[in-house]
Design a protein around this ligand. Structure first.
Ligand code: FES
Ligand code: MG
Length: 590
């Protein structure tokens, strides 16, 4: 149960405030104009927001518009009153220049709604990548009772008898298109085959990873994350979620009771076992900072690298969302981790019970898809946090380092896990696309492709571009992956073992700005360092000569964002917003 002190419902301040009948009348009359009665609004029933992230612009979350009906049913059946409202859309595949720019915008908008309207609790509808962190960040800041309803992955995609997973199929088909193996129409049809139904990406990309971590954090009902969007169980889950939030309000069970340090540590371990997206560390650090919890990349490096990969999902493995759900989903993974002593079973969850209590009756999973802790798919498969003379921190997702990459780059018997590579530096995605096929560059199998100007300030938002594909002449020789590095991000659906999220980024003076094509870069996974092998004096001379690039803002928000955003290693938050934690408790109601 909550340790929070019980308080009268905050919606009473709007709808039933005898001290100010004038304002009460003004507040209440307009909410009656579409048919809600005064009696209902003044009955003392909890008013529950449904934060609607679905729209025609947000196909990954669009079916939440239908699921909301079942959420409303659940809320009503438990004696609450639902009020649904829109969240600023964040569509990963549709927003230019990048959906990452809008995570913090949706966060700001949702904070204003949760704080400024008569809501006692909220159902957060999540799905596409940034919708989950945006909603959880806002719930953390305002800290009213909140529960996540995931939309679930699309059904498994199929192409010519083989599974076609979201995103992952794009990276694969693009290589075959570049190599001339397939034409444009086959390429398009192959990619589209991965999207056979409503729902978000069906791979363990950022969407399924972040919804799984919302569940691992304790913020959704057990089993919520992985139910595919079209399954009847998804509607059942919507109903149960609507029911549960009403009692959470009555119990005053708030995000701060659930999203504790222990919960974030559990999520780090879960992310590694899932083979989760390389965007997870950024988002989890951001949510924690808005919750006022001390949780940094150091915790990811402390807790993650030794955790084995348990889930056999693309891009690190073979299967997709349907198989993951049928195999047992997040509860099965958490049970493995709990039994192995790797997660804290005392962490509170939205059920009002602890993680361990929720997991008590979880059946054994399908071992084809979810492995036992003792017999994993890969040992030591978590994220590794790197540092060096070019940056403070960067992340590499080791679960996607395959045998081919290991044999080619990491198996020198004299220096195992060390790569000395010639840098080829690109100034951004446009420069990369313009020049990558130029044979005069001389890119070969001893090269590292580097991209800069792609971080949160540079792009802006942070571009998903670091998983750069080698030139076609190398693809044709069978070299389908080169080491890559950049201050951008990459899609969680990519199997590229890139060094990414480099912080600080080049446009704010990070060391990547000083790197030149031809420099030797040493990547040492034993010491978790990346260094350019040039003298300190030379590096300092380059720093002295560096000129900050001019950045053109296309919209007012880009200017505001660039002025406030921090680096990816710190969650790419609006820095001054992180001072606002639990605002109703700490600042009162306005
Ligand atoms: Fe929306 Fe992947 S593009 S979930
Ligand atoms: Mg993405």
């Amino acid at each position: 149960m909550s340790t929070s002190e019980k308080k009268p419902l905050r919606s009473r301040r709007w709808f039933d405030n005898p001290a100010n009948p004038g304002m009460t009348a003004l507040y209440i009359e307009r909410y009656m104009n579409y048919g809600i009665t005064r009696e209902e609004l003044q009955s003392g029933k909890p008013i529950i927001g449904i934060a609607q992230t679905g729209s025609d612009l947000s196909p990954c979350n669009r079916h939440h518009m239908d699921l909301a009906t079942r959420v409303r049913d659940g809320i009503r059946d438990m004696g609450g009153i639902p009020l649904e409202f829109p969240v600023h859309p964040i569509q990963e595949t549709g927003k230019r220049p990048t959906a990452a720019l809008d995570r913090n915008l949706a966060y700001l908008g949702l904070v204003e709604i949760l704080h400024g309207y008569p809501l006692d609790g909220v159902v957060l509808t999540t799905g596409c990548d940034k919708t989950t962190p945006a909603c959880l960040m806002a719930a953390a800041t305002v800290n009213i009772p909140a529960i996540v309803l995931s939309g679930g992955p699309m059904l498994d995609g199929w192409w010519k008898g083989k599974l076609a997973g979201s995103g992952t199929v794009v990276w694969d088909a693009r290589k075959r298109l570049s190599a001339g193996e397939i034409g444009y129409d086959e390429f398009m049809n192959n990619v589209a085959s991965s999207a056979p139904s409503v729902g978000h990406c069906n791979t363990m990309g950022t969407a399924l990873s972040m919804n799984s971590l919302a569940e691992a954090l304790g913020m959704s009902l057990p089993g919520c994350a992985a139910i595919p969007g079209p399954y009847r169980e998804r509607g059942w889950m919507a109903y149960e979620t609507g029911r549960r939030i009403v009692d959470m309000v009555r119990e005053n069970l708030r995000p701060s009771d659930i999203m504790t340090q222990a919960a974030f540590e559990n999520a780090v371990v879960a992310a590694a076992a899932l083979g989760g997206s390389s965007n997870c560390p950024i988002h989890m650090v951001a949510i924690a900072r808005h919750m006022g919890v001390d949780h940094t990349l150091a915790d990811w490096q402390r807790l993650g690298p030794d955790i084995p990969l348990l889930v056999d999902c693309q891009p690190a493995g073979r299967f997709l969302g349907e198989a993951f759900h049928r195999a047992g989903g997040v509860p099965a993974v958490m049970k493995e981790l709990l039994d192995a002593g790797k997660v804290n079973g005392a962490a509170m969850t939205v059920t009002g019970k602890t993680l361990a209590e929720n997991l008590a009756a979880v059946p054994a999973p399908d071992r084809e898809v979810i492995r036992a802790y003792a017999t994993p798919l890969k040992e030591a498969a978590g994220y590794v946090v790197l540092t060096g003379n070019l940056f403070d921190n960067a992340v590499i997702k080791t679960s996607v380092i395959d045998e081919k990459f290991r044999a080619r780059f990491l198996s020198d018997p004299a220096h195992p896990n060390v790569m000395d590579l010639k840098a080829f530096v690109f100034e951004g995605p446009e420069d990369y696309h313009d020049r990558i096929e130029d044979p005069a560059l001389g890119i070969d199998e001893k090269s590292i492709l580097v991209i800069r100007n792609s971080g949160p300030v540079g792009y802006p938002g942070g571009a998903e571009v670091v998983n750069m594909q080698p030139p076609a002449y190398l693809l044709n020789k069978g070299i389908d992956t080169l080491p890559t590095m950049g201050d951008g991000r990459q899609s969680g659906t990519s199997a590229s073992p890139s060094i990414l999220n480099v912080s600080p980024e080049s446009v704010v003076g990070g060391g990547l700005a000083l790197l030149r094509t031809g420099d030797t870069v040493r990547v040492d996974l034993n010491t978790c360092r990346v260094d350019v092998l040039i003298a300190d004096e030379e590096l300092e001379a380059r720093r002295a000569a560096w000129v900050k690039p001019e950045l053109l803002n296309m919209t007012p928000w880009e200017e505001i964002y660039r002025g406030m955003v921090g680096q990816q290693g710190d969650g790419a938050c609006l820095e001054s917003a992180t001072a606002y934690v639990d605002i109703i408790q700490t600042r009162g109601e306005s």
